[in-house]
Design a protein around this ligand. Structure first.
Ligand code: FAD
Length: 439
């Protein structure tokens, strides 16, 4: 162990890992594994658990610096005052699957030619197969003044564990004035989350009888409210009901918290103009991009994300590298629902690669976005590549294009335990990997 003092959780892992005991581990064993997973978020833990369910004899390490693991889909509900923040956070150490080793460190670079990665504290870790899933980077500072403004003067965001509760407080306290909700350029994780924040705020103001006193504005850098047209009629009903004003190609570029002024760049024919809008409250979604250590690496596609085949999630150049979740280049909606489907596929494909075989399973681009249009009702958008609708339930049970109480029950009550006790434990409920050529 002389060369790897940074493997801080080894003793804890060993206590639950019958095949390995401290005294059995040679000094060099700490840095070479059959499988190395970069990122122990939704994708990393789920994939590791799925792999270990299939083969407990592999050596598998998960590299992630974070003490905590977050159920981020719950943050919309925290902002809406439905969940407490604490239910969305668990200790990473408690989620590491039995049989996996957690290396609590941050990966800084990839060297695919020598099958190794380097961590920021200087560890070199080598692998037979690498799985890359460090999520997406939130660029808070890409909006002038935002980092300083957040958390006070009416400036908030559900995209942060720390600030989502402030959304709830602001909405509870607001009885009149102007509320702005913003959506940055794509890609972002959960493209529906910016408008979910607006609907859950409006439903509260409606119940409190103050909605008519509030000027609600949605400012979207894009040109449409939602990318899949089948869901638009239901969403537009709520836009009208809440009298929310939609502004397209309107991109937030600066926030002045003290003056309570937001600056937008708006398309005006061929030119752009800057428009200042005063607010009493603003919910900001930060611009997002591939993490720097990914976008500057040999693994990156042109857009900076890990360059994978959209069906097999195998790297287009390196056959022993796979990627999934928000960090991969596949053109699906970046959601936890997508990860649920991708993790078993990557698990079987990576195990095949470990045996020198080709991928055996493929992914249809499934992603889902439960749009919380009012308290108690959700429009459950489920779709795959090319916007093809991929409903999980028969229409008589849940028609995803209509607001539904049952879909709310899914979001509110069923999905969180499915996440913690199913997906992160490698239980592949309703997401068995589809084998290539099976139908
Ligand atoms: P993450 O879960 O973000 O995990 C990335 C991990 O990588 C983290 O643990 C991080 O510590 C680690 N990491 C980062 N850098 C490094 C490094 N250098 N080295 C090693 N490890 C590193 N999805 C839905 O399906 N439905 C929803 O309703 C929904 N709502 C959402 C609402 C909000 C407000 C947000 C923010 C997200 C929402 N999502 C939703 C999206 C969902 O949370 C993500 O798509 C999902 O978490 C992606 O999983 P991931 O593993 O790729 O990334």
């Amino acid at each position: 162990m002389t060369d790897s003092p940074k493997i801080t959780k080894l003793s804890e892992t060993i206590s639950v890992f019958p095949q390995i005991h401290t005294e059995d581990i040679p000094s060099s064993a700490s840095s070479r594994y059959n499988i190395v997973v970069v990122g122990g978020g939704s994708a990393g833990i789920a994939t590791a658990a799925s792999m270990l369910k299939r083969n407990r004899n592999i050596s598998l390490a998960i590299v992630d610096p974070s003490d905590n693991h977050y159920y981020q889909p719950g943050w919309t509900m925290v902002g809406g005052g439905i969940f407490s923040p604490e239910v969305t956070r668990r200790k990473e150490k408690d989620l590491i699957p039995h049989g996996a080793l957690w290396i609590q460190s941050s990966v800084s670079s990839f060297n695919p030619e020598s099958n190794s990665i380097l961590t920021s504290d200087g560890q070199e870790i080598t692998y037979d197969v690498l799985i890359v899933c460090p999520g997406i980077k939130l660029n808070w500072s890409a909006i002038d003044g935002l980092p300083e403004a957040l958390g006070k003067n009416g400036v908030t965001s559900n995209y942060s564990y720390d600030f989502a509760p402030y959304t709830c407080r602001l909405v509870n306290e607001m009885t009149s004035g102007r509320a702005l909700f913003t959506q940055p350029p794509m890609p972002i994780k959960c493209a529906g989350a910016p408008q979910k924040a607006m609907y859950l705020s409006c439903t509260k103001w409606e119940r409190a009888g103050v909605l008519n006193n509030i000027d609600v504005q949605f400012h979207n850098n894009g040109a449409v409210l939602f990318g899949v047209s089948e869901y638009m009629p239901a969403l537009m009903q709520y836009i009208e009901r809440y009298n929310a004003h939609l502004n397209f190609t309107s991109n937030l570029v600066a926030v002045d918290g003290e003056r309570k002024v937001a600056t937008f760049e708006q398309k005006d024919g061929d030119s752009t103009k800057r428009v200042e809008v005063e607010f009493d409250m603003i919910h900001v979604v930060p611009p997002q991009s591939a993490p720097d250590f990914v976008s500057t690496s040999p693994l990156a596609a042109e857009n900076g994300f890990v360059d994978v085949d959209p069906a097999t999630l195998q790297h287009v150049k390196y056959e022993n590298i796979f990627s999934l979740g928000d960090a991969c280049s596949a053109p699906n909606a970046k959601t936890m629902a997508a990860v649920r489907k991708q993790a078993p596929i990557v698990a079987v494909n990576a195990l095949a690669a470990l045996e020198g075989k080709s991928p055996v399973a493929d992914y249809d681009g499934y992603g889902s976005c439960p749009l919380t249009v009012e308290r108690g009702k959700v429009v459950l958008a489920e779709f795959g590549y090319g916007g093809k609708l991929l409903p999980s339930f028969p229409t008589w049970l849940i028609d995803g294009t209509k607001p539904s109480r049952l879909s709310w029950l899914l979001k509110d009550t069923i999905l969180p335990p499915v996440y913690w006790h199913g997906m992160l434990k490698g239980r592949e409920w309703m997401v068995k990997p589809h084998l290539i050529g099976a139908d």
